[in-house]
Design a protein around this ligand. Structure first.
Ligand code: BG6
Length: 463
């Protein structure tokens, strides 16, 4: 078994809108996540909040009020880092204000202090599918260039405020989901044209570069990365048409890392834009900004692999595209193929392509948990998933990949981004809440809790 570096960061990852709840407390404004029907990935949403409808993010797991209990459990597992997002609309409730909401800032001060007291490094995503709703309704989301200024004001505010508390930052969660999930990813309506999508992306690329610039100016010792969904794709056959179609599919994702990691639009983008009649409006200086302020590291999620065939339509989902059946792989109850070797492959692919550090900021097993006759959760399948993926991550380290850390997705059960369910659980900690919102919200350790504890204690040696 290969060993992990001494400074390797083990931990877990969540997002504000999937965990915090308290959707309208202490001055928080609604975000796009607060009006969705089901999961944010669907893009189906109400124009205004319907008091008779159940919205999963409104209470979520009430992390906003229970974070001390949860952080204590993370510390007991030995976490060295914890990834979450700042809910932008807690800080700027509409997104376009000049002054931030002090109560929102105070919440994250308290959360980061709590983490730091246990020696847990916060790893912070600035925008995880939770753009302030007013920026969608009144500005049309990221296709409007005005959002660059709103976002950078927000970034500057939180960089200044938390400069002594947060060393690891990420800009946008899974920007490469724009084509499949434009509402979640860019606050652009579902079914938007390719023109709108790539224009919105251009604004996000500029905002990403400006955030990198600000972060380095305000917190010189910090690292700021981009974050992408990089579950991989294989050709379904050795037909060269399928192989090239799969190469192109992968490029549609890597396009985002190519721009943000390398600092320029790749050559192949010209044909993509030409054939899709995309004409990007750029301001003087945009191209220089992209080149001057690339990302320090590439954060990514990896859940599974897909099989792709030329001409096949891909189903919309979180965690990557969904393709053909792979007869060599088992699937989770939600139909996600389990492919640990794919993780090694992706680490090597990204390492070869970018030659910069990688951070595996999401990997995990979403399944249903049913208590046994003693009331225990024996989540063997989750442990097996974690063990096999960490083994392959160790192989990737031995292959020469520079991996900063690993944060298990959803170390405590949270709301699913894909479906809005609680039933699809990732946690080492069970939360008593069902799909309709019933339950005490009590937390209980699953069997995987002790397993992950020993993984961290042994720096990945004991799996
Ligand atoms: C990632 C997202 O794509 O997948 C998370 O960044 C999401 O927000 C995770 O929760 C798992 O997807 P799901 O649909 O099972 O919640």
């Amino acid at each position: 078994m290969a060993t992990f570096p001494e400074n390797f960061l083990w931990g877990g990852a969540i997002a504000a809108n999937q965990a915090e709840g308290a959707w309208n407390e202490d001055g928080k404004g609604p975000s796009i996540a607060d009006v969705v029907r089901g999961g944010i990935a669907s893009g189906q949403h109400d124009a205004t909040i319907d008091p008779l409808r159940y919205y999963a993010s409104h209470e979520a797991i009430d992390f906003y009020h229970r974070y001390k209990e949860d952080v204590a459990l993370f510390a007991e597992m030995g976490f060295q880092c914890f990834r979450t997002s700042i809910a932008w609309s807690r800080i700027f409730p509409r997104g376009d204000e000049q002054e931030p909401n002090e109560a929102g800032l105070a919440f994250y001060d308290a959360l980061f202090d709590e983490l730091l007291n246990y020696g847990i490094e916060p790893v912070i995503t600035l925008s995880h599918y939770e753009t302030p709703l007013a920026l969608y309704e009144e500005y049309g989301g990221w296709k409007n260039r005005a959002l660059i200024d709103f976002f950078t004001r927000y970034c500057e505010t939180v960089f200044r405020r938390y400069q002594h508390k947060v060393k690891y930052w990420m800009t946008f969660n899974e920007l490469n989901n724009m084509n499949r999930m434009p509402f979640a990813t860019g606050a652009v309506e579902a079914g938007a044209s390719a023109q709108d999508i790539y224009q919105a992306n251009h604004h996000q690329f500029v905002a990403n570069a400006l955030a990198n610039k600000l972060c380095h100016e305000i917190i010189p010792q910090a690292k700021i990365g981009c974050m992408l969904s990089l579950s991989t794709a294989y050709p379904a056959t050795c037909n060269p048409d399928d192989i090239f179609a799969t190469y192109q599919l992968r490029r549609r994702s890597l396009f985002y890392a190519d721009v943000m990691m390398r600092g320029h639009y790749p050559a192949y983008a010209q044909r993509l834009f030409r054939e899709n009649h995309i004409h990007l409006t750029m301001h003087p200086g945009d191209i220089e900004l992209l080149a001057q302020y690339p990302s320090d590291y590439l954060g990514f999620s990896y859940y599974r692999s897909v099989l792709h065939k030329a001409g096949a339509q891909l189903r919309v989902d979180t965690g990557g595209a969904m393709g053909e059946d792979n007869p060599y792989l088992e699937k989770t109850a939600w139909g996600w193929p389990v492919d640990p070797v794919g993780l090694r492959l992706v680490c090597n692919e990204l390492s070869d392509r970018y030659e910069k550090p990688l951070f595996i900021v999401e990997n995990g097993y979403g399944g249903e948990d049913i208590a046994d006759e003693h009331g225990e959760f024996n989540d063997e399948a989750r442990i097996a998933y974690g063990r096999s993926h960490i083994q392959e991550m160790a192989e990737a380290v031995a292959d020469g990949c520079d991996i900063m850390g690993y944060t298990w997705w959803g170390p405590i059960d949270i709301v699913s981004a894909g479906t809005g369910e609680m039933k699809k659980r990732y946690g080492f900690i069970y939360v008593d809440k069902d799909n309709e919102g019933n339950g005490t919200l009590a937390r209980r350790k699953k069997r995987s809790f002790a397993w992950y504890q020993q993984v961290i204690a042994s720096n990945g040696e004991t799996l």
